[in-house]
Design a protein around this ligand. Structure first.
Ligand code: GLA
Length: 382
């Protein structure tokens, strides 16, 4: 049975009749990592893997929801003190609460949902879940909240109900994704531009290390704090620096002795990454994928050595890509495990994937999972 049939048969079993189907996607990011909360640029796209939910208003003042993937049900009220115990349900609860905080109406509903976006792989399964429910509730309640605010509802859910002080990239990509296009997003202004992405002669492929870092959210929040410390120190001399992305490399140098070395290294990475995204845009305009790939390797180096969000498994996959002359490769997303994203010439695709499976398995005891990237639409009613 496909996912939609599975969801629908569970929905009728639990609640009797039909609901409406909604979906939202996970995302990839070509380049621009950990730049979003620093006011920089990112270059994401929604993918063909995400969350699908069937939903119907139930006339009660509570939400009843079943997660097919966890095979678990829960129900909760819509007031602040009704926060559910299950971590997965807090994403939905948070979306309800953040909608209400923005003046939107939320009434009780029944829902069944399932996903095909791998969890903890750096593909933003949580943003897909938030965006799916934010979009669905907005549509069912006729709240007329625009898509920018729907993305912010997901982001605030992470901040206020899930303990991750994330940027806007994942929720934005999940809400605004467009089939076949990546998006260049200015995270300060939310100005964005779609870039049709069809690199002739190349493929994008993800290799999932299957590593999940336990302390990923606290380590993520630490990285963000380091960046804010560095930006605050620079701001004392250069008041125009609102976000770290506004700072010049030289200005960071000026405050080196005033901030912990760790914060300096984090900031050094971010300032380099902000420039790399712009370089990649130029290269894409010229169809120069070799430069795009080179920038990806530079990003990996920064994420691994300066930002320290890589791990042995991801560094292994990155080194193997370099050794085999793969055009570009880097750890993708928040890091601390998850996937590398690889830009591979068509003729190298098969041998690279084969070598990655064999050599990774020989070293770590299991194969990486392989996902071909298909750039797809964002949140929608089915
Ligand atoms: C996670 C966060 C995003 C972004 C990336 C790193 O996916 O949710 O906001 O910061 O990490 O680029």
């Amino acid at each position: 049975m496909n996912m939609i049939d599975k969801i629908h048969s569970k929905f009728t079993e639990l609640y009797g009749s039909d609901g409406t189907l909604y979906a939202a996607s996970g995302r990839i990011n070509l380049i621009g990592e950990h730049t979003d909360y620093n006011g920089g640029y990112v270059f994401p796209g929604a993918i063909d893997k995400g969350i699908t939910a069937e939903i119907r208003l139930n006339g009660l003042d509570k939400v009843r929801v079943y997660s097919a993937d966890y095979d678990e049900s829960t129900s909760f009220g819509l007031n602040e003190e009704d926060k559910p115990a299950q971590a997965w349900a807090r994403y939905i609860f948070g979306v309800c609460r953040e909608t209400i905080k923005r003046g939107g109406k939320v009434e009780g509903f029944d829902a069944v949902f399932a996903g095909d976006v791998p969890l903890g792989a750096g593909l933003s399964s949580s943003a897909a879940l938030e965006s799916c429910f934010a979009f669905a509730i907005n549509d069912l309640m006729g709240n007329n909240i625009d898509k920018f605010e729907l993305a912010r509802i997901g982001q605030s859910t992470e901040h206020n109900y899930c303990g991750v002080n994330c940027g806007i990239m994942d929720q934005f990509a999940s809400c605004f994704g467009k089939k076949g296009s990546l998006m260049l997003l200015n995270c300060k202004t939310l100005e964005h531009k779609y870039y049709p992405f069809d690199p002739k002669g190349y493929k994008l492929v993800l290799l999932d290390s299957c590593v999940k870092h336990e302390l990923a959210s606290s380590a993520y929040n630490d990285r963000r704090r380091s960046c804010e410390n560095a930006a605050a120190a620079i701001r004392k001399r250069h008041p125009e620096v609102e976000f770290l992305s506004d700072a010049k490399r030289l200005w960071l140098e000026e405050v080196r002795a005033e901030i912990p070395e760790e914060d300096f290294l984090r900031a050094e990475y971010v300032i380099g990454e902000v420039q790399r995204v712009l370089d990649v845009c130029d290269a894409l305009e010229r169809g120069d994928y070799e430069t795009v790939g080179e920038m990806m390797y530079q990003t990996h180096f920064g994420l691994s050595r300066l930002y320290e969000v890589s791990c042995e498994e991801l560094d292994f996959l990155n080194r193997l890509a370099r050794k085999m002359d793969v055009t570009g490769s880097r750890v993708m997303g928040g890091g601390f495990g998850g996937c590398t994203i690889n830009l591979v010439k068509n003729e190298l695709y098969e041998p690279f994937v084969k070598a990655a499976k064999e050599q990774f398995a020989a070293r770590f005891g299991h194969e990486p999972k392989v996902y071909d990237v298909v750039i797809s639409d964002g949140a929608r009613k089915l």
